[in-house]
Ligand binder design. Structure first.
Ligand code: M6R
Length: 606
């Protein structure tokens, strides 16, 4: 992952680099650093941990250069120490890098044999010494970078500055995103347009294999064959304002509470209110003849896709294959001609998801994506983009993006079902009505969070927590466990309720809370039977359900009541209690809710 920035400016750039890095901290926050060209020399400051540590370092020891690069790191190779923080540099070359150089060991050995001395454990430092070596041979930075990147294997986006070259920055990308910003006698480089928003809205996205030579007067871009190429400059719609927490203590809380509004916006985007039916862009494929849908995604987005599978198979009667992208990308799965491949991603930059998209395209699939960032690589490489209107999601734990993905998937189910004649106009109206009531019900759930605060005391003492759900609530159990573990660091697992007796029941004792997602639907009684099995073994049950149901007389540790709602909308609605459970438990435990350890918001490496 990692975020990179670069500025060729007309005044000292260190503060601007830090401001841009703040907008990229969602890509990693293990360490940060900047390097500038000062009086012909390279100077750098780095700090372990979050960006504020680097800011402190710069206050004590400022940088004055007007050409510089910056980096915020999510550690891949080497611990998150200052010596492994970017930029890495030799006397002549400084590099920031996002991605993984897969052949770095070979390069390191070779370069060490030529006398290069390494002082970090990173793969990136091999790039520094490789360019330095080439520069020693040809004395031309552009040629040196061209020769060096031809020798790199893996994925990278790099920004490079050179001692003695105040008006030069070179960028290159293969597999990792990179954008150039055009200013007035200034040029910018960033992992995305968000980082550059305070400086310019004129953005050029580099394409696979591109190398760009930036000077204050403009940029020259060369394609993967080294030929000069023109890439369009577009007006970015990204806001230059940093999103704030409003009255909330954390971004996650704010984003949970925004859900009624952003779900409304997403539903409005896909529903013709006057007609009570869904209204989607043309997918460019005959849906009445659809033989299969292949869904791929990672993490929470994958669980949204799993709910989509239950919906599409049940209501539209089309078989759906779904797999986590990191598996599907290497599984060499056969895909039938004329199929629809659907990708779900908040960021639109997740490396594994993007790789599967490219695999599916090569297999002749029609590519549709549900993304929150419309300018993202996944969006740009899709035939059809189905946006979620969640707005920027800053908290690493996905909340509003998840429920908006579900809203888009619910509508898509209706679209496919209508085209295939499995959903009648009457049923479509009924299901649409059910969806339109979600925002109101969500607001009801969030009206009083005291119960979650109390529950947090008990849950915080647990070492393990199990989540159970059956049918379409099974993905919610998986999502609940992911949410809890990623922000509270309590070990949690989600299981299909019926699977309990096939192994996990061995874990149940009076110390293991079991959170059961069990709305009163046609499978409710079966789930309650599983609850009884837990109760019989002394497990502590937290039931999330509607009505006055008490799980057939079982003693409950807590009963979280959810308003009665149309069963079609249950997965969207029941997401809220599981988010609140995780949030309040993490707050009670005092963890870093918005930036949990070891994680990053956007995962652009394998
Ligand atoms: O940006 P994406 O939706 O593609 O990201 C996928 C996952 O990395 C993401 O959902 C992750 O699992 C979240 N931290 C979950 O809260």
């Amino acid at each position: 992952m990692c975020g990179i920035v670069g500025i060729l400016g007309s005044h000292p750039v260190s503060q601007d680099l830090v401001d841009a890095l703040r907008r990229l901290e969602y890509r990693g926050y293990d360490s940060a650093g900047i390097a500038t060209v000062e009086n012909g020399h390279l100077e750098r400051r780095r700090a372990e941990g979050k960006l504020r540590n680097l800011e402190q370092r710069l206050l004590e020891d400022p940088l004055q250069g007007m050409t510089g690069i910056g980096h915020t790191r999510w550690a891949t190779h080497g611990k998150p120490t200052e010596s492994n923080a970017h930029p890495h540099m030799s006397d002549t070359v400084s590099v920031v890098h996002n991605g993984i150089i897969e052949n770095f060991r070979t390069l390191r050995e070779d370069l060490a044999g030529k006398g290069h001395v390494f002082d970090s454990d990173t793969d990136t430092e091999a790039v520094v010494h490789l360019i330095t070596e080439e520069l020693n041979n040809c004395d031309d930075p552009v040629q040196a970078v061209r020769e060096a990147i031809a020798k790199l294997e893996g994925a990278f986006a790099v920004g490079i500055v050179f001692a003695g070259h105040d008006d030069l920055m070179i960028a290159a990308r293969k597999g990792s995103p990179l954008a150039i910003g055009h200013g007035n006698e200034a040029m910018y480089l960033g992992s995305d347009a968000i980082a550059l928003a305070p400086f310019t809205d004129e953005i050029t996205y580099l394409e696979e294999g591109d190398m760009a030579v930036l000077r204050r007067a403009g940029a020259e871009i060369f394609d993967k064959d080294g030929l000069p190429v023109k890439r369009p400059a577009i007006r970015s719609q990204v806001s230059s304002f940093l999103v704030d927490k409003g009255n909330h203590r954390h971004f996650m809380a704010k984003e949970i509470h925004e859900q009624p509004e952003v779900i409304s916006q997403t539903l409005s985007h896909y529903i013709d209110m006057a007609e009570g039916r869904v209204d989607y862009p043309d997918l460019g494929i005959d849906l009445s003849d659809l033989t299969r849908v292949t869904i791929s995604a990672c993490g929470t987005a994958y669980y949204a896709g799993l709910v989509g599978k239950y919906w599409i198979e049940r209501f539209a009667r089309v078989p759906v294959e779904i797999d986590v992208a990191s598996e599907l990308r290497y599984r060499e799965a056969p895909l039938p001609a004329g199929g629809l491949a659907l990708f779900v991603s908040q960021s639109g930059e997740t490396a594994d998801t993007l790789a599967v998209l490219r695999y599916c395209r090569a297999q002749g699939q029609r590519i549709a994506s549900i993304v929150n960032v419309r300018t993202s690589t996944i969006a740009r490489e899709s035939d059809v983009v189905l946006p979620t209107l969640a707005g920027p999601e800053i908290g690493v734990a996905s909340t509003k993006a998840f429920t908006c993905q579900l809203a888009a998937l619910a509508g898509l189910t209706l679209l496919i079902g209508r085209a295939r004649g499995t959903i009648s106009p009457e049923l479509e109206q009924e299901l649409v009505q059910g969806l339109l009531e979600v925002p109101r019900h969500m607001a009801e759930i969030m009206a009083d969070e005291t119960q979650y605060e109390h529950l947090a005391h008990d849950l915080s003492k647990a070492r393990d927590v199990l989540y159970l759900g059956r049918g379409i609530n099974y993905p919610l159990a998986l999502e609940g466990a992911l949410k809890l573990k990623e922000i509270s660091y309590i070990h949690a697992e989600g299981y299909a309720a019926g699977e309990l007796k096939h192994g996990p029941i061995a874990l149940i004792d009076e110390n293991v809370p079991v959170i059961v997602v069990a709305p009163e639907d046609e499978l409710h009684d079966k789930t309650v039977s599983n609850v009884q099995e837990v109760a019989a073994r002394g497990g502590k049950i937290i039931l999330i359900s509607n009505g006055a149901d008490d799980a057939a007389g079982c003693e409950l540790m807590a009963h979280i009541q959810v308003p009665d709602a149309h069963p079609f909308s249950h997965p969207i609605l029941y997401a809220v209690p599981i988010q609140l459970i995780a949030y309040h438990t993490a707050v009670f435990m005092g963890t870093d809710v918005d930036q949990p350890r070891n994680l990053a918001k956007s995962v652009t490496v394998e």
